[in-house]
Design a protein around this ligand. Sequence first.
Ligand code: PDD
Length: 281
Amino acid sequence: RIAYVNGRYLPHSDAAVHIEDRGFQFADGVYEVCEVRQGMIVDLTRHLTRLDRSLSELRMASPMSRAALTTVIREVLRRNRVRNGLFYLQITRGVARRDHYFPSQDTPLTVTITAKSTDPSIMTRKYANGIKVITVPENRWDRVDIKTVGLLPNVLAKQQAKEAGAQDAIFVDRNGIVLEGASSNVWIVTADGELVTRPAEYGILRGITRTTALDVTAKLGLTVVERDFKVDEMMAAREVFLTSATGICVPIVEIDGKPVANGHPGTASSAIRDAFFDVAE
Ligand code: PDD
């Protein structure tokens, strides 16, 4: 495997950054994960637009033009022979003696990219069987709209899910309002048949898959309501599913040990998934 580190393509085992990188010391950096299907990067433009937004919210400059970044990403995919898989791109505020203040303006950002092929049969199984999740209390900062590498609450939530025999965790605020998954957005089909996902103006990451799934539903003639919903409404739903770049649209069949509806994946999630790659760019 080959990784990109600050202008160089290195064997994965030699790809390293300095111990005083601000990503390492302060989680002072941002990232994107993009799915690759049949050699095509799914929704690249939207991911790069969100990356620019994350950088600007943290007052970091773009390290290179979008065209140059795209060239590097494609080169990493090519060198790793990825036709179906993903790439991970991370940008941190660079290397400097540890000090909370930003380093001097001329400190270069650290840009790293890795890529890997994925086994499609793992997702096929998740789509067929659905996954189990747990709910966890929200304990993150209130700028989760920025895709930063500060993911400790997400890591702890996912590990807790794993130890509970589930695959994922859903953050819920103190009023019982469902926020998002530890690395995904949440959708429900209510008992009345309404397709709902919560607004992305605050409190969650505006998922790129969520945005494209909204386009997909429009194309399918489905009405989506963007509004808050609580845990009770989710537990009583006909269908619950997650969207993310890595899973696209994954049905949930059990929440906190209780089945969703009849405990089988529903039809809305499979309809969105089936039409997804016709709409994604
Ligand atoms: N995570 N919410 C959170 C907290 C996420 O970390 C992610 C993605 C999403 C979905 O966003 P998108 O549709 O753009 O992938 C929502 C990536 C996949 C990760 O951390 O691996």
